[in-house]
Design a protein. Structure first.
Length: 430
């Protein structure tokens, strides 16, 4: 019996998605739970799994196309019933709106689909590469740059190919820079003013924006334009925090604790202590959130993603670290679901490992605050007796949506975070 693959709705606001990958070739059998295709929206790439066993038909939507939620992407056959699946080669040749006219026996589905797959000029190396563990962003980068994944060595777990591996393969290939065309000079105007070239004399390699890059740029531009940001900053002395972290961290045990886990915990505890500040702006009114969830900015090969640690203000430090580490790993592997990045009023964005002193961040759309964290600085300040004393400080910069909180409310939250970091042992027992 013939069934359809539909573009899924991966979030409340999702109206369309990009088909970034078919992971099962036409004519190939798959089992329930196998990933059959990958969909990207403006937040994440999601692997879509089969609910039942079956045989893959020919795709109706090509990789890279953007289609509306609910649109038919392709077909598959469960091999049940006497009704036959239409010949996938004919289905592939017809436009999505056309109705197949010929029915084929279910036993011929594999052979016909294999023929359609061969007609599509898919090479054997590409078929082999489709079965290799590859991050969605690495696969898309390889397609954009014309790199055969079959010849790329993966550096990830179990040989998984990452974007850095594709970039390394690209550097190994001899390439010629693309020179932007310089239009021929136009005839000077009557005034005698010289005509100017559209691009000037520019040389370089032009890279097309991905759908995710365009979507992220649009969302952040809208956030900066629509959300009235204001900024609050405080320096916090973290000597006690660093000492506690040094005593607790153990590279041989899981979860691996970082200073950022303490910061996320301090933010969660602050939201729990000040629940009236745990709110976001909506068109219908101010939404006060029930849980002290905290987003954590994670740098990935595909860009910056923000998974949300659920109930961060009530979790133990170990449970928080375990959840945050799992989310970060899924983010870097391109396996975050849309629900993993939904909700929360605040995000922690830590740039200290990059040597930055401070950072004023753009609020994540849908939230009302983001905390930028700088690196640890060592400097001398006068002690109560006026003598120089070595201090270890971190600059915290809170970006706040002025529609949601005023300066007093933002300061109260930031001060509560600072208090938690100055007395870090409280984070272990609260």
């Amino acid at each position: 019996m013939r069934h359809e693959w539909l573009m899924p709705k991966l979030g409340l606001t999702m109206t369309e998605g990009v088909l970034s990958e078919w992971t099962v070739a036409p004519g190939t059998r798959f089992k329930a739970g196998d990933c059959v295709f990958v969909v990207e929206n403006d937040k994440a790439a999601s692997e879509i799994s089969a609910e039942d066993d079956g045989v893959m038909g020919a795709p109706l939507v090509a990789v890279g196309e953007t289609v509306a939620v609910g649109a038919v992407l392709g077909h598959w056959d469960d091999g049940l019933g006497s009704a036959a699946t239409p010949a996938v080669s004919q289905a592939a040749a017809q436009p999505p709106t056309a109705q197949p006219a010929v029915a084929a026996p279910a036993a011929n589905v594999v052979a016909r689909a294999a023929t359609a797959f061969a007609d599509a000029s898919i090479s054997a190396p590409a078929m082999a590469a489709a079965r290799r563990p590859v991050t969605p962003w690495a696969r898309k980068l390889a397609q954009q740059q014309g790199i055969e994944l079959a010849v790329v060595s993966g550096s990830g777990p179990r040989g998984r190919v990452r974007a850095r591996d594709v970039e390394a393969a690209l550097r190994d290939q001899a390439s010629t820079p693309v020179v932007a065309p310089v239009p021929a000079p136009a005839t000077p105007a009557a005034s005698g003013a010289p005509a100017t070239a559209a691009f000037g004399v520019l040389a370089g390699r032009l890279q097309a924006f991905t759908s995710l890059q365009r979507a992220a740029a649009a969302r952040l531009t809208a956030a900066k334009q629509d959300i009235p940001h204001f900024y609050l900053a405080r320096e916090v002395e973290v000597s006690k925090l660093r000492d506690l972290h040094a005593r607790l961290k153990d590279p041989e045990t899981e979860p691996r604790l970082t200073l950022n886990h303490f910061i996320v915990a301090a933010v969660g505890r602050a939201l729990r202590a000040l629940p009236e500040l745990n709110r976001v702006w909506t068109a219908q009114g101010m939404l006060v959130l029930d849980r002290p969830d905290v987003g954590v900015a994670v740098h990935t090969e595909r860009g910056l993603l923000v998974p949300v640690v659920r109930d961060a203000g009530r979790l133990s430090l170990v449970a928080l670290a375990r959840q945050a580490n799992a989310l970060a790993e899924r983010a870097r592997a391109g396996r975050l679901a849309a629900d993993d990045m939904a909700g929360g009023a605040i995000t922690v964005s830590n740039a200290g490992m990059h040597g930055l002193t401070a950072m004023s961040s753009i609020i994540v759309p849908g939230q009302s605050m983001i905390l930028g964290v700088g690196g640890v600085r060592e400097l001398f300040r006068p002690d109560p007796q006026g003598q120089p004393a070595l201090q270890r400080e971190v600059m915290l910069t809170l970006s706040v949506d002025h529609r949601v909180l005023d300066g007093v409310g933002g300061a109260a939250l930031l001060n509560a975070v600072v208090e938690g970091l100055i007395n870090p042992t409280r984070l272990l027992f609260d």
